[in-house]
Design a protein around this ligand. Structure first.
Ligand code: ZN
Length: 121
């Protein structure tokens, strides 16, 4: 059986319900479900806004730039290789990262709310 409160990291990495850690948070890749299919937690409390996207852009920009520079100095590939490589890697990575960050913020928000009562709005 699932523990009472799933750990934040587990929920974030697996994109699972912050309460039971079992039910998936999203359908398709980034569309939030209405409620947990496992424990019935109503996801209506979730309001992450643009937070995850802002984080994702900062982290992604940093990582992709670093990786591109490393790749350039390590292999010195022609420009088209960079364009094809990062053109494919960046969006795939961005989606994965955004999914993780969104799940992370949701888990943190749930934990905060569960421990300290209502969030001020
Ligand atoms: Zn659940």
């Amino acid at each position: 059986m699932a523990e009472q409160h799933s750990s934040v990291m587990h929920s974030a990495v697996m994109a699972r319900c912050p309460r039971c850690g079992e039910g998936p948070l999203f359908r398709q890749v980034l569309v939030l479900r209405d409620q947990c299919s496992d424990c019935g937690l109503d996801y209506a409390f979730i309001d992450t806004g643009d937070g995850p996207a802002v984080f994702a852009i900062f982290i992604l920009g940093f990582l992709v730039l670093g990786a591109a520079l490393w790749f350039e100095f390590a292999f010195g590939p022609p420009l088209w290789v960079h364009m094809v490589l990062w053109g494919i890697v960046t969006p795939v990575f961005a989606l994965g990262l955004l999914r993780f960050l969104k799940a992370l913020l949701i888990a943190l928000q749930y934990k905060h709310k569960a421990e300290e009562g209502r969030l001020a709005r």
